[in-house]
Design a protein around this ligand. Structure first.
Ligand code: G1P
Length: 288
């Protein structure tokens, strides 16, 4: 009987050079979608799925991301003095969502290596991985949709989405047989293939439910695409040994890992928020 997913790993290392100049001083995971940093959305999605134990993997120099989840005494005092209960609740919400453990990836060796840093934290449980660049708005949290498939079929599950051909060389691509209702049995995974070699247009989006066997496969795997230790390769190494499924999730996804993507995420979020309705109308943008 597959276990319930209780723990999540959020890899948030990386220098964020695509966002220069802002990332010269501000870590990418703290870049905002309106007034919430990217990392908040990842933690909130886990919490909404009932996952409250979270390990965040950071590179040295990104301590401000860890600070975001630590109590802010002076701000708390100031809000109390002013009697600003609404903002005090916002501040408390950051800390009440989850218990966050901060781990360090000392060298930028790839996503697989970042996840391996969480091995002791995870132990031998099936766990979630949430990439904070990938924002997903959905009724049922995307990671919960994957956990449901893992509960039903056992093994590991990756989130999937059909993508245009120009996106294929930047993503993990899935070779799979459809089982119906958005679930596919995975036959192969290939990280960042040239378009001509891609087995399909079904790409991995940054949500995973993985068995703990992935850690040994990361450890013993060779470097892959871009010379990095790829999570995709370690997941693919389990094919034939344990079940692996892809879930075409229900929801709207935006890759906020580029300036244009982050801008799109801001517009998307603004169209949903009542407090942005006026400016959305002024700009001639339609509400959601
Ligand atoms: C990572 C994964 C890739 C996946 C993508 C989704 O790539 O390696 O398989 O498709 O996330 O965002 P990265 O964005 O780190 O290059």
């Amino acid at each position: 009987m597959p276990q319930k997913v209780r723990k999540a790993v959020i890899p948030a290392a990386g220098l964020g050079t695509r966002f220069l100049p802002v990332t010269s001083a501000v870590p990418k995971p703290l870049l905002p979608v309106i007034d919430r940093p990217l990392i908040f959305y990842a933690v909130a999605e886990a919490a909404a799925a009932g996952i409250h134990e979270i390990a965040m993997v950071l590179s040295p120099g990104l301590e401000a991301v860890a600070d975001y989840f630590s109590p802010n005494g002076p701000m708390e005092e100031a809000l109390k003095k002013r009697g600003d209960a609404e903002r005090l609740a916002m501040l408390h919400k950051i800390h009440s969502l989850a218990e966050v453990t901060v781990l360090e990836q000392t060298e930028p060796k790839g996503l697989g290596d970042a996840v391996l840093m969480a091995r002791a934290f995870v132990g031998d449980e099936t766990f979630a991985v949430i990439l904070p660049d990938d924002l997903i708005w959905s009724d049922t949290p995307a990671i919960a949709q994957l956990a449901q498939v893992a509960e039903e079929h056992g093994g590991s599950v990756v989130a999937a989405k059909r993508v245009p051909s120009e996106a294929i060389p930047n993503l993990g691509i899935i070779d799979a047989d459809p089982l119906g209702e958005g679930v596919h049995r995975v036959q192969g995974l290939v990280e960042k293939p040239p378009f001509e070699e891609a087995p399909s247009d079904l790409a991995i989006v940054g949500r995973y439910v993985l068995t703990s066997g992935v850690f040994d496969r990361i450890k013993h795997g060779a470097a892959g695409a871009l010379g990095e230790i790829q999570l995709t390769d370690a997941i693919a190494a389990a094919i034939g040994q344990e079940p692996l499924h892809a879930r075409e999730f229900e929801g709207d996804h935006i890759d906020a890992g580029t300036p244009a993507g982050l801008f799109a995420a801001n517009i998307y979020e603004a169209r949903r928020r009542d407090d942005m309705a006026e400016v959305i109308a002024e700009l001639g943008l339609l509400p959601d």
